[in-house]
Structures are given as C-alpha cells and as structure tokens.
Design a protein around this ligand. Structure first.
Ligand SMILES: [Zn+2]
Ligand SMILES: [Zn+2]
Length: 195
C-alpha cells in the first residue's frame, strides 16, 4: 500500500461518519519546513486583529533572530481561525516554543528552528485556535474581518477591504458559535493542538 493511500491516522473513529470536507487538509509549515501542521476542512474565518496583546506578541515574535514578519504595516496581525479539533502537528512538535505575554490568558507558539510564528492559543479550552495567516502562504484563505481596531495606533491607516470593527463584530461571533455547534454535532476528531 502506498503512503498516499494509507488512511489518515489523525482521525479517531467514533462510529459517526466524517465528512469529506473535514478530511481535506492543508499543510502549514514553518519557514524552514522543520515544523508542519495539518489543518482539516474549511476555516471558521480569517481576520486581522489589532488588539494590544496581538501587537505586543507579534512584535516580540518578530524580534526573535531571523524571524519573518507576522505583523502588517498597520500593526495588524492576520490569523486563520480553525476548530481546535481540526488542527494537528504532523512534524517537528519538539521544536515548538511558547511565548507568554504577562497577565494575558493567551500564548503564542513559534517554531524554534527558524522562529516562525505558528499559532495563537487561549489558555482555557476554547474550541478554536488562531494560526498565523503568514504560514499559509499561497493557500491563505480570504480575509473576512479586521477586528479590535480601537487599539490601532493613531497613525495607522487600516485598509477598507473587509468589514472593520472596533472590537468583535457580531458576524465573527456567529461564526464561532456555529463552529462550536458543528463541533458538538459532528464526529469529534482526534486532531488537536495540545501546545
Ligand atoms: Zn522552522
Ligand atoms: Zn488580538
């Protein structure tokens, strides 16, 4: 049996069918290729965040030796939000390092091999994770929101390409709730980021 035909072991059988859509995966890599993540199915959404914590986190990540930019010129950081059960590290998990910003319930995970920002996560068991959109390269899904713009610097000019919101727009919250419901109703997948 060829490797390509082998069943994907990331999925745990729990007696319910897994949709074809959920089995379609995209490979997301650090810039040197030592760390790989597999992302299954369509994203919840893709958004640029301007909050203080994301600005600090991205600046700190970009300050690591040889790190590539993760922040746009206007100070925003672009993410792709995915269900936490549809993201799995498939290579180089031992190379991951957390970046913790004081007094926030978030952590940013980067690949220590080349200091590529990979994931932004919450410390609680939230049902979604935010992957750094830069990692998707040409396969990055289209942006849908610019959020938390009240924290942007006074001089930053934010593009008018997608809806902008001072904080969290209802459209984004609805998408997150729908993802939670879909997660409860659909076959749970074993894939998960645990760091
Ligand atoms: Zn790397
Ligand atoms: Zn943010």
């Amino acid at each position: 049996m060829s490797a390509a035909a082998a069943p994907d072991r990331v999925f745990k059988s729990v007696g319910r069918p897994i949709s074809e859509e959920a089995q379609t995966s995209v490979l997301v890599r650090c810039s040197c290729g030592s760390v790989e993540m597999k992302v299954y199915g369509a994203p919840i959404t893709s958004a640029v965040c301007y909050c203080d914590t994301c600005q600090i986190g991205s600046r700190e990540l970009e300050a690591l030796p040889n790190a590539r930019p993760v922040q746009d010129e206007d100070g925003g950081t672009a993410y792709v939000m995915h269900r936490s059960d549809r993201v799995a590290y498939s290579k180089g998990v031992e190379l991951l390092s957390p970046l913790k910003i004081d007094e926030t319930a978030t952590r940013r995970v980067f690949a220590s091999c080349c200091n590529s920002a990979m994931v932004m996560r919450f410390d609680d068991a939230r049902h979604w994770v935010a992957l750094y959109r830069a990692r998707f390269e040409s396969e990055a899904p289209a942006l849908e929101f610019r959020i938390c713009t009240k924290f942007k610097s006074a001089t930053a000019a934010i593009p008018n390409d997608v809806p902008r919101s001072a904080m969290y727009p209802p459209g984004l919250i609805v998408k997150l709730i729908k993802a939670k419901i879909a997660m409860i109703l659909s076959a749970p997948l074993a894939a998960s980021v645990d760091r």
